[in-house]
Design a protein around this ligand. Sequence first.
Ligand code: S3P
Length: 165
Amino acid sequence: MSPNIILIGFMGSGKSSAGNALSKLSGYAFVDSDTLIETQEGLKISELFVQKGEPYFRACEHHVCETLSNYHNTIIATGGGLPCQPENQELLKKSGFIVYLKASQESINTRLKNDTSRPLLAQPDLLAKRAPIYHLLADLEIDTQDQSIQSVAEAIWNTYTTHYA
Ligand code: S3P
């Protein structure tokens, strides 16, 4: 059994796109923490924030982290705030090979300029606050800036298979 590949990074860094491409490349299943929560709660993340509040959402994320050890050979994309909650960090470390997808504020702004689904997008300085946390947790960092999704997926897969061949 091989370890999971856990994708972390800011909103709009390409975790879902890279995760899907990596899933095709590797044959591993793909799961996304936000999708798991939306299914469990029967609400979109934006609705969950409005109806139940951010602390409730963070508790859902923590619950997802507690179940990660049940997954094997799986690509797991995490919401941008999930790795920043201290209570999730040890669980993430134990659950797989952690890949930080790096993106600049400018490219995030461009990618998400019409996005209305992310309640925390307008929060100032969030990337600057979170980037050092992503960096500390990561086993591998990939700059997504000037790369296609496919080459990001290939870079992750090559490094992962080198580690775990
Ligand atoms: C959040 C990121 C979102 C989602 C929620 C909160 C955050 O996920 O979990 O809106 O705190 O950065 P993505 O990183 O997939 O956009």
